[in-house]
Design a protein around this ligand. Sequence first.
Ligand SMILES: Cc1ncc(COP(=O)(O)O)c(C=O)c1O
Length: 464
Amino acid sequence: MTDDLREAARRAADTAADHLAAVPRGPVWRPVAGPDLDWLTRQPLPAAGRPLAELLGDADRHVLPYPMGNGHPRFFGWVNSPPSAAGVVVAPLAAAMNPSCAGGEHAGVLLERTAVRWLAELAGFPHPPGAGLLTSGASMATVVALAAARQRAVPDVRETGLYGRPPLAVYLSEEGHSCLRKAVELLGLGSGHIRTVPVDDAFRMDTAALRRLVAADREAGVRPFFVAASAGTVNTGAVDPLEDVAEVARGHGLWFHVDGAYGALGVLADECRPAYAGLELADSLALDPHKWLGVPVGCGCVLFRDPSGPRAAFSLVPPYLRDDDAGELGWFSEYGPEQTRPFRALRVWATIAHLGHDGVAGLVRHTTRLARVLGAMIEGSADFDLLAPVVTSVVAFRYRPAGLDAAAVETLNEVIPAAVQRRGRAFLTGTRLRGQQALRACVLHPDTAEADLAVLLEEIRAAA
Ligand SMILES: Cc1ncc(COP(=O)(O)O)c(C=O)c1O
């Protein structure tokens, strides 16, 4: 068994390295072809097992040829980065150790303390001991943050629930990510109590409108309790005026959350940094290592100013888990909903240790610079419109060739992303902005070059 494992592990390492080397030469994405589709979706449950080497052959033939595309330098879709080399290298080691990072004294738990502290330091967020944990992604980070906020607002919520209480109002920007709404619904706060705050011309939360909405709620006897700002929205990469939002939150006793899932690390680029003033004032910050940092999926993180908030919301230690040696901070499983927790920290630690602070900052600078170059190319092209200022590494735009009426432009921009994807030379996705269909390109890949941006625009024209 051990020798089989050694041989198969060596082959798997070669396969992974070969795959990563081949990705930039292949199509960014391609549809799954007939027999492989059958293999992927219709395999019967095998009665008998097969040797590891055969499984690797299967993966090589049927799995690796069909990536999502995010390893390719011309993948500009959603917010999905290529995997960091260090993350790929250490992932099998985490699997080989296979701890549960719920708690206890072992490397997985101890290294998570360092990984979280490093992330806080990179983002410029305060980090009292224990004030953060790794999660599956920002959606779960948001649930943890909102639960901590709900706990502060209603200290007996775990016993009594919210039924029959005055509603708690939640303030989200029009451009806030859908995971915020999901968290509100999941925690029983009711999406009917979300106040949607409009945005300004640059898609940043309009804080004057926020003040008005909070005042109106107070007057109506509704209790304002939580405001979420974005440090990098998914649609345009906008960073909300964080200091102003913090001031409103402070003035009205609101929990101030920042969704930095995609964009928190933008603070590392000199030209972006001023936009992030006030990030450090948040009660909670969601930040996804599996986005800009390139930690292999899935790895999110939530940071808190005060670790007692999430602990009060989640701590539940049944007798079989009691650990009198757990120390002051207790177990990670007391700070979130997960009990058995994977060893995410090894991939985070390795990725940051491999790049160093300066390497991470270099990656952020490279990608934000390219996004600005793409923005300038779009502004310089008569057939494209730039729809939002480029603040981080997202570019929101629209293809508008001469001679088409508004309805035709709308339809064209709806169908362009899928048509570009099918051509296989670039990958972008769309969204809606101010009721209009838009294209958006998010630059996250360290190997993307200016020439790739030109290909993207060519591909849009060709697909259109
Ligand atoms: C701004 C923002 N917030 C939250 C999320 C949700 O993160 P996750 O997919 O890791 O749950 C995303 C995902 O793209 C995002 O871009």
